[in-house]
Design a protein around this ligand. Sequence first.
Ligand code: ZN
Length: 149
Amino acid sequence: MAGDLSDLYQDLILDHSKNPRNAGPLDGATHQARGNNPLCGDRITVYLTLDGDQIADVKFEARGCAISVASASMMSEMIKGKTVEEATALFEKFHALVTGGTSGEGDGLEELESLAGVRDFPTRIKCATLSWHAMQQALRGAGEEVRTE
Ligand code: ZN
């Protein structure tokens, strides 16, 4: 494999991938969507419970690489309690962070900076953004599988 991926596997990513927060099915979920990244073999299902336009609860089931699981774990922590609008704004900021190289400082995205190293590995960007795309798909209520291709 080209490049040295070791820099990607920082402590924070390892911690989240080994002990993912909010992992598991969610009883009574009002919205859900699956994500599939066939390039890496990552599969994620994101479950949301919406109370009005607020995300009252979020859980996910993930099978995939450390980056995809860690990103899902961080995403679940960040969007819980947020409104749909706020979660969508976070998605857009995160997407810019991992694809465009903008800084997360001052945006409350410092933790997600640990995932920003993927910007140098285009195939890994899909691992990092998979759960976020699935979350957006779930919020739109489409309920269909999102694929990274
Ligand atoms: Zn992956």
